[in-house]
Design a protein around this ligand. Structure first.
Ligand code: UQ1
Length: 477
């Protein structure tokens, strides 16, 4: 499959723009009786803006609502878990509530494909309220604080929610401010600095890659925990392939118009030795400079500054293109709560996903302390364990399902090829296709590329967010 080229767009949009289509439908909603009924279901209690308005006229007590299960977060984990719970058939309308202020839900694994010019970012998002079953109550408001001793949480507007069981799955925050000068550089359309780690900038990535004709391209990965630890190099491999196909990159030639560096805060290419060895082999074969234990701290014009370990002096490098992955971490309302461990993640048991101190609190996904690589694939294995154990807790039974740390990183190594890394706790490979096809997944393959580019985005919106996708186990519920 040819790489993208500036003269020929890879994708053609048929008809109108998808986001404008969905906006039209939403504007018409109040006219439709079915939608009006759905709105009525969601209209009680009144929306926060209404409550706030009342509060300015006459002092009112904040509302308090009770649900059997409150799920904080309408991302991959929150939606998979709340719909798996609903599908158990054990909940009536309004028993389950989801709390998330976001207007949009994004298929974030697709942002690498946007950065590679293979997808449009608008096609990867859906309105969050369109993904939440009408039997689940959606609170489109931020969380203020948790009070797990009182089985209660306060929303940012002061309303309170009480629960029998709480699931905390709000994901992690991207700390753009962790790199000095980064927010302004990302926002500046003329600066060749971009990131696939956000809706606003993921399409700038391909524009900067496609515009580069010569010079030094640096791709960074921070020290510390990030989501999808393979993505910082996936985008590098796509960009490198793009330049190669355009005749701008030659691995064996020091006169290559474009030169590529991978600057990572980590000491290795990847956390799992089996895949790391292969990726380092590719790096050497392809003439990519490895700047290990280089942690980006500042961007200033065309200069990038990296912190070094063990008191070594900072290093500054000139670049003509910079792809940045900022540091990430728990949201403040999780970190500053009684639910957090020292690092700020929801402190749950590695196997059962149950909170170590509060037995009616559970967590999965990026916000959890589960010591695995943070991916949507991990959630396919975490969610059924959490759901089973939570349902047993409602019956007064102990948990009996255990998560083994399964996670996966479909690592794009070029256009048309993916190395499908799959592993569990301890970095031990757990490969789906090894069992029945005898394939060694360390070899990048075209079939895995189509899983990543075509199948996973499809199954995600058609099945995973609805609670019917079990990852390597196939369809469930
Ligand atoms: C998966 O189920 C999934 O969810 C839709 C992904 O998307 C982000 C993945 O990357 C992976 C690897 C899985 C796991 C499923 C199989 C069939 C290996």
């Amino acid at each position: 499959m040819p790489g993208p080229s500036s003269s020929m767009p890879l994708l053609c949009r048929g008809g109108g723009h998808p986001s404008s289509r969905s906006r039209l439908i939403v504007n018409k909603l109040p006219l439709l009786p079915v939608a009006a009924a759905a709105n009525r279901r969601r209209a009680s209690p009144p929306p926060s803006s209404y409550a706030r308005h009342l509060a300015t006229v006459s002092p009112v007590n904040p509302a308090s609502r009770s649900h059997r299960v409150v799920v904080v977060g309408g991302g991959s984990a929150g939606l998979a878990i709340s719909h798996q719970l609903l599908r158990s058939g054990r909940f009536a309308q309004g028993d389950i509530a989801v709390v998330d202020p976001a207007e949009w839900h994004h298929y974030q694994p697709g942002w690498t494909l946007v950065g590679g010019g293979l997808k449009f970012k608008e096609d990867l998002r859906r309105r969050l309220d369109s993904l939440v079953d009408a039997n689940i109550r959606l609170y489109s408001r931020p969380v203020g604080a948790f009070a797990p001793d009182a089985n209660e949480l306060t929303l940012a507007d002061g309303d309170k929610l009480t629960y029998d069981q709480l699931v905390v799955a709000p994901g992690v925050a991207i700390n753009y401010g962790s790199v000095k000068g980064l927010p302004d550089a990302l926002a500046d359309p003329s600066a060749p600095i971009s990131s696939i780690y956000g809706y606003d900038h993921c399409d700038k990535v391909f524009r900067t890659v496609d515009a580069l004709r010569q010079g030094r391209a640096i791709f960074t990965q921070p020290a510390g925990v990030i989501k999808c630890a393979g993505a910082p190099q996936k985008i590098m491999w796509l960009a490198l392939d793009h330049w190669k196909r355009a005749g701008l990159y030659n691995a064996n030639n020091s006169d290559s118009p474009v030169q590529v560096s991978f600057a990572t805060g980590l000491p290795v290419m990847f956390g799992v030795p089996k895949y790391s060895a292969k990726l380092d082999e590719l790096r050497r074969q392809r003439g990519v400079e490895g700047l290990f234990q280089h942690d980006l701290v500042a961007v200033d014009g065309n200069q990038a500054t990296f912190a070094r370990p063990d008191g070594q002096q900072q290093v500054t490098r000139r670049f003509d293109l910079l792809h940045v992955v900022p540091k990430m971490g728990p949201h403040a309302f999780v970190k500053d709560s009684p639910l957090a461990n020292e690092a700020g993640y929801v402190d749950v048991d590695d196997g059962t996903t149950r909170h170590k101190k509060y037995p009616n609190v559970w967590s999965a996904g990026d916000a959890s302390s589960l010591p695995t690589s943070k991916t949507a694939a991990a959630i396919t294995a975490e969610a059924p364990v959490l759901v089973r154990n939570l349902l047993r807790a409602l019956d007064g039974q102990d948990p009996d399902a255990l998560y083994d740390g399964y996670t996966s990183c479909p690592l794009l190594t070029e256009y048309g090829k993916v190395l499908l890394a799959e592993f569990k706790y301890g970095g031990v490979p757990k490969e789906t296709f090894d069992g029945w096809l005898g394939i060694d997944q360390v070899e990048p393959r075209r079939a895995f590329y189509h899983l990543k580019k075509d199948f996973f985005p499809w199954v995600y919106y058609n099945s995973m967010v609805k609670g019917t996708w079990g990852g390597p186990k196939g369809w469930v519920n």
